[in-house]
Design a protein around this ligand. Sequence first.
Ligand SMILES: C[S@@+](CC[C@H](N)C(=O)[O-])C[C@H]1O[C@@H](n2cnc3c(N)ncnc32)[C@H](O)[C@@H]1O
Length: 268
Amino acid sequence: MMTSNRPQCVAQDAAAKPFAGALPRIETIDDIKDACTRRMLVGVMTRYLEASAYTAGCGMEERNFLDEVTSMLDIRHVSMLCEGIGFKESARNGIAMLTGVGDTDLHLEMEYLDHLVESSPRMGKKLGGHLLDIGSSVGALTHETRRTYGAESVGVDIDRNAIKLGKFLGVKGLVAIEENDYALPFNDERFDAVLMRSVLNCPQADEIVVNAMIREAARVVKRDGIIIISGYTDSDDAELRRVGLVMSTSSSRLWTVWTRGDRSCAPA
Ligand SMILES: C[S@@+](CC[C@H](N)C(=O)[O-])C[C@H]1O[C@@H](n2cnc3c(N)ncnc32)[C@H](O)[C@@H]1O
């Protein structure tokens, strides 16, 4: 007797994807209209990124949960993006800042930036101008500088998955750049301010990459612009001075501010 598996498969598919067909296509997080669902999705993304931040193969239980949720919503690509991100703790931190779900130390760093802005109106003007966030990950600082200072912020990262996830979360101005091409896709002297948070000290960046990033930052910043860095080391310091930059006296403990000798960024 001939039997057919087909009806059974269809039934299984339907069971695995109870909402398939019922939901509109979701391309950005704004497409998820229900705030509870949005919050739950961010919550499971965050839990997976947190669990797998430090050890490869970790977070399988969380990954399965994330798969289940994204499958239900028909947005499996979000699960793939989370898995593909290189710096998971940075992405988790960024998502917490962008969504208000979970803890993040980025608020503290924004507070220090605010102090710098308060200390010098000139600095405030730069941070509210054209701003480049190099190594933006999902773009938390790209977004925050836009929101807080009204900057025309652009964020670049070699991690395509982080950039795509940031776009999914609604961050504007994110651009993925080629990993082996150190040249930034911007004209000389395009930006008033360049921000590099925890990028020069990132484990993947050897001396060649760090020096190339510094040279490119110096090229794309205006003559009277500023470069603001966190997590810098002595060797970066040498390269920054070599390309003609000097550290401003208005630097804070968390951020150092570099200019081409423009004293007007010093505290009033
Ligand atoms: C430790 S994370 C910091 C992310 C973000 N700035 C923050 O503060 O959370 C370092 C980021 O720099 C990126 N990165 C590393 N080398 C880079 C390069 N040459 N150009 C642009 N981004 C780079 C990594 O992909 C990663 O997203």
